[in-house]
Structure formats: structure tokens, C-alpha cells
Design a protein around this ligand. Sequence first.
Ligand SMILES: [Zn+2]
Length: 251
Amino acid sequence: MAERKAISKKLRFEVFKRDNFTCQYCGRMAPDVILEIDHINPVKNKGTNDILNLITSCKDCNRGKGARKLSENDILKKQQEQLKEINQKREQLKLLIKWKEELENFADEEVNKVEELLQEATGNVFSDVGRSNCKKWIKSFGFKEVYESAEISIRQYYNINEDSVTKVFNMIPRICNNRIKQKDNPNLYKINYLCKIGENRLYYFNSLKAKAYLVKNFKMEDFDYLKELFTTTRNWSELKEFLEDYYSEEV
Ligand SMILES: [Zn+2]
């Protein structure tokens, strides 16, 4: 005699769900009736616990008191529908996995492009950590931003010193950040430019104070005049006087 194996709770639930918690013989539903699992091909005829051999049945139908049994055709049709559904799910899963792989490959290609750029300039390639960092930057700033920032970083920080390669690398995300801030506020870009002149030229130049002052007062049309001021005044106090004159506000 064939051995009856217990049907797991999970499998029972899968069968009920698939059959919409409805007895497949009489059409009555939980909670009106108690639902059980019936073997289409009975266990005594070597019917298995394969989900295709399991069907939702109310207690009455399962005990032979129900209205009718399913015809062979009905069973076949049900099984075909199930198979079709399973295949559809499998196809969708395959597409999903493929799509994820493609995204992953695409991300790798972008990292390779940045690496090529750095390699050409410095002769160095990414370490594993560097590679994964670069991938993160691209994710947060976008490829174009990272690539352009890498170009800027090479131009500004690469020299014959060994350390400069590390600096070039470390500055890329900071440049990305700054560029994005500047895009949000083009005035800030000009203000930073002016303060850089101040820092390079003027003794006792108070960069923080100047920046705060300009953020408050600066308009794009002031730029040419201010650039003239920043490049020609002799010291910070003289510059301060000119600024106070121009904006009628104390620095
Ligand atoms: Zn029933």
C-alpha cells in the first residue's frame, strides 16, 4: 500500500490560494465550508503531493458526499492553466534577472570609463575599494558628473608626486558635490571665485566674512566691478571700504 505523506502547511496554503479558497467540485467557499486538500490521483494509486495533483475540496466533497467529481477534462484543463501560470511567472523572473544583470554590466562599463580616464593620466587602475566607491559616486551623482569631475581633478591635482594620485581620486566626489551646489546657486560659484582671488592676493583677507557678506548682497551684474575691486585693492581694509560704499552696508 502506498504511503501517505503529510502535506506541508505552506503547500496547503499554496493550493487554497491557487483555487481561490473555493471547493473545486461544488464551488462553495471558505468560511461557509471547511476546506481540505484532495489528491486528484489518489494516494492509493501512487498519487503524489505534487501541487498539480492537489486540489481544494470541501469536507463533504472530499468524503464522497459532495455533488460530483471532476471529469478528466476538467482536471486536465485546470492543470494546463496552472502550468501556463507557472511558466509565465518563470519567464517574468528570467526577464527580471536579465534586466538586473544588464544594469549591473552597465554600471561596470561606466566605472571602466572613469578608470580608463584615470589610467591614461596617472597610470593607475582602481583597487576593489576604489571601484566600488566609484560605482557609488555614479549612483549618486550620475556618470557624466563623475567623469567630468575626474577630468577636473586630474587637471587640478595630478603632478609627479605619488600622493597626488590618491588626491586626484579622493577629490572626485568633492568636486561632484561642489559642482552640484554651484548649479543650484550660480552666484555661489562667482562668489567663491572672488574669494579665491582675495585669499591669494590680500593680507588678512577674511574669507568667511567676505563670503557671508557677498552671499547676502551679491547680484550677477556686480561681478565685473567686484572682480576689478578684488584684483586691484591693496589690502583687506581697503577692499572692505569699497564694498561698504558699493552696498551701503557694513562688512
Ligand atoms: Zn464541495
